[in-house]
Design a protein around this ligand. Structure first.
Ligand SMILES: *[C@@H]1O[C@H](CO)[C@@H](O)[C@H](O)[C@H]1NC(C)=O
Ligand SMILES: *[C@@H]1O[C@H](CO)[C@@H](O)[C@H](O)[C@H]1NC(C)=O
Ligand SMILES: *[C@@H]1O[C@H](CO)[C@@H](O)[C@H](O)[C@H]1NC(C)=O
Length: 389
């Protein structure tokens, strides 16, 4: 009898627990749907109330681009069958440069004619699942505001989730973010490492169509920390003609070539390129360029076939345009090395002097963004970080 009673109670308890669980999930889902909306109050007012997701018929008008078919003849290349899957895929789709745009923000820069009023456009490569990174960037170095006259805008560049199961949810997420913040560009291609060049190419195309006048462009990853104040000061230093002169700076990489070890993330086999050297390029974690150089890259990229590594591809485009990339000591794509291990690598004093650093997790972005603006931050003498290599 007692046992029966316990059993019965346990059944009831189970039922209660189950309903609590279901309710909980329900609320979590509700909260998830409303999450980005709730943050709206933190949003700087966006001046462009009209917004629609247009079709982009013009994409088909890019020279040499037609609806994309798998190139099956790559499979007859010598050694093809033993290549890693992602490289096989790259070769099969290498010629595909046009993909439908799922989400757009055509008025990001106020329209092409007004876009020259944007001083710095932050174009951040972000995979669909990186919601937290986008959320923190919008509150820190990517905040859309005016720095004594210099308008800053941010746009995130995304493909579709590479995992089919997550894809539907991620599409919904980006759609919500796009409706709330109008800062998402999403194209219908798989957001993978070897498709980053595609993302770069499609961004340049978008820029040309929607925001050709933006004076300078920061192009980088969503895990870098940018000292927006310093970047603006630096760019202002080029004066009136700065936007229309060549500028392409970052962490310069020279005298390297394709890695031929098949287990490396950067493995590029002979089937992709037989050349054993890369032109000079800047690490893709973060690059600053002028609108002149962005256009020159776009002009070339229309005719240059895709290369799996996006920053190398930019180097190839620059070379074809007869331009060279440059280095800036304040842009560290491989992180900061401090002179002594007695000092804290996270010391805001270092970041006060830098333009950009790889790689931060979201909470660090927030702390650092506040710290570099702290008027009471006491940095004493300069720490000579630029000399550390
Ligand atoms: C398909 O691949 C072959 C072999 O690499 C290449 O010669 C050809 O140009 C490719 N076709 C297209 C449309 O890119
Ligand atoms: C790039 O995206 C296309 C379109 O989604 C996909 O078919 C292809 O497999 C992707 N390529 C790589 C190398 O991931
Ligand atoms: C890009 O191409 C257009 C049209 O061919 C040309 O007018 C323009 O000068 C080029 N710009 C650069 C920066 O190369």
């Amino acid at each position: 009898m007692r046992i029966k009673m316990r059993k019965h109670l346990m059944k009831v308890e189970g039922l209660i627990l189950l309903s609590v669980g279901v309710l909980g999930i329900f609320f979590i889902l509700l909260g998830y749907e409303n999450g980005p909306q709730l943050e709206k109050k933190h949003l700087k007012i966006i001046d462009f109330p009209t917004y629609s997701i247009p079709n982009l018929p013009h994409l088909s008008s890019i020279q040499g681009i037609s609806k994309c078919q798998v190139n099956t003849s790559v499979e007859s290349m010598i050694g093809f069958s033993s290549l890693p899957e992602h490289i096989k895929d790259f070769l099969r789709y290498r010629h595909c440069k046009a993909f439908p745009q799922i989400l757009n923000s055509p008025m990001k820069c106020g329209g092409p004619a007004e876009s020259h009023k944007v001083f710095l456009l932050l174009a951040v490569k972000s995979s669909p699942g990186n919601y937290e990174r986008r959320a923190i960037l919008r509150q820190t170095w990517g905040i859309e505001q005016t720095y004594s006259g210099a308008h800053v805008k941010i746009i995130f560049l995304s493909g579709t989730a590479s995992n089919n199961k997550a894809d539907k949810r991620m599409k919904k997420l980006l759609e919500i973010e796009s409706q709330t913040y109008r800062d998402i560009l999403q194209w219908d291609f798989k957001d993978t490492f070897f498709n980053l060049t595609l993302k770069q190419f499609l961004f340049h195309h978008w820029l040309e169509e929607n925001c050709p006048g933006a004076q300078f462009i920061f192009n980088g990853d969503d895990d870098v920390f940018v000292n927006t104040f310093n970047a603006i000061t630096y760019l202002r230093g080029f004066g009136q003609n700065g936007p229309d002169s060549h500028l392409f700076v970052g962490q310069l990489i020279a005298n390297v070539g394709p890695i031929r070890e098949s287990n490396s993330k950067y493995y590029v086999p002979e089937q992709v390129t037989t050349s054993n050297s890369y032109p000079m390029y800047c690490g893709g974690g973060g690059i600053l360029m002028s609108r002149f150089t962005a256009r020159a890259i776009y002009n070339q990229s229309i005719h240059i076939e895709l290369f799996p590594i996006d920053d190398v591809y930019l180097g190839i485009c620059l070379k074809r345009a007869g331009l060279v990339p440059a280095s800036h000591m304040g842009m560290r794509t491989v992180g900061v090395r401090v002179p002594s291990d007695k000092l804290d690598a996270f010391d805001p004093c270092y970041y006060r002097e830098l333009l950009m650093v790889h790689r931060f997790v979201p909470y660090e972005m927030l702390i650092m963004w506040k710290a570099i603006q702290d008027p009471h931050l006491n940095c004493g003498q300069r720490r000579g970080i630029y000399m550390v290599k």
